[in-house]
Design a protein around this ligand. Structure first.
Ligand SMILES: NC(=O)c1ccc[n+]([C@@H]2O[C@H](COP(=O)([O-])OP(=O)(O)OC[C@H]3O[C@@H](n4cnc5c(N)ncnc54)[C@H](OP(=O)(O)O)[C@@H]3O)[C@@H](O)[C@H]2O)c1
Length: 277
């Protein structure tokens, strides 16, 4: 299997390159393939002649998306539509990623694929639009919603949430985490591994793929500190001020994946695997 991997040096892209040992992966730099540039998509797809295109690129600075919704829709919706259409033209299956933020959090239990989305911010609306456009443009599309990704990107613009809190804690700073925000933080290595049986299934469509069991970011931080041997715990903090509204509950359940017999490990295993990297 020949795969064209876009955004291959970010968190998830790096994990995919490390985890998928079968087949050939072509991972152009952003300077060689910009998903917002139609000509660059066309020439990369034509040159690669890949059977599978995996798009890990996204504009996912949530507050910037709120200030620049046109840019959010350009990268997360129209560019994804263009990619899906071009994959159809070049006879490639297509994988793209979406977000837990498509939900408003009102349900207060892990969201399944059939639950109704209700995006609260421009980022989430742009990703939801990208999902629908991709699925409509190419029948051989997998849209994978995931949540709270962490991993070691080969070309990282900033440290992961875990690294930031561990570095602060080791400097003796008090760790304060907004209380009551529940999600499904997911280790990219586990997600990359789960994608392989999904892609082998040929069962296209919308999937949730996250580490198992919901957890608050406060509890997640406490566990990361505990597993790192830091003899302190984070303190619950007040709501943080954001430009873009976010759901306070956005845990996902990987319901459709489990019908294929694919399960991701529980969230504590994600921390363990990340710390062992
Ligand atoms: N991170 C999360 O917590 C999270 C949660 C839910 C869903 N997701 C989704 O999961 C996917 C992967 O996320 P990630 O955390 O791996 O992202 P990431 O670490 O930010 O990596 C994204 C990569 O895409 C590249 N890129 C951005 N815009 C591009 C463009 N226009 N053309 C080509 N390449 C471009 C980036 O390059 P530069 O570094 O040069 O910009 C970067 O290498 C995204 O679809 C994201 O929305 C992420």
């Amino acid at each position: 299997m020949k795969t064209l991997l876009i955004g291959g040096y970010g968190q998830l892209g790096t994990a995919i390159r490390r985890c998928w040992s079968d087949g050939e992966i072509i991972a152009p730099a952003r300077s060689d393939l910009d998903i917002e540039n139609h000509e660059s998509i066309d020439s990369a797809l034509r040159a690669a002649n890949a059977e599978l295109v995996v798009n890990c690129a996204s504009f996912h600075d949530v507050d910037r998306c709120e200030r620049e919704p046109e840019r959010a829709f350009a990268a997360n919706a129209y560019a994804v539509f263009d990619l899906a259409r071009m994959c159809s033209r070049y006879n490639a299956a297509f994988v793209t990623f979406s977000t837990d933020y498509v939900f408003d959090g009102a349900l207060r239990r892990p969201y399944r694929e059939e639950d109704a989305p209700n995006p609260l911010c421009a980022y989430a609306a742009s990703k939801l639009a990208g999902e629908a456009l991709a699925l409509s443009a190419n029948a051989r599309t997998y849209v994978v919603r995931t949540c709270g990704l962490y991993g070691r990107a080969e070309r990282a613009s900033k440290a992961s949430f875990i690294d930031r809190i561990l570095e602060s804690a080791r400097r003796g700073e008090e760790i304060v985490i907004e209380d009551g925000i529940v999600a499904s933080p997911t280790f990219v290595g586990h997600l990359a591994a789960a994608l392989q049986p999904l892609l082998a299934s040929g069962q296209y469509g919308l999937y949730h793929a996250v580490n198992r069991e919901p957890v608050s970011w406060l509890e997640f931080a406490a566990e990361a500190m505990r597993q790192s041997g830091i003899p302190a715990a984070p303190r619950p903090g007040p709501p943080r001020a954001h430009i873009a509204p976010r759901p306070s509950y956005s845990a996902l359940e990987s319901a459709r994946l489990s019908t294929l017999g694919v399960t991701l490990p529980e969230w504590r295993e994600g921390i363990r695997a990340y710390l062992a990297l």
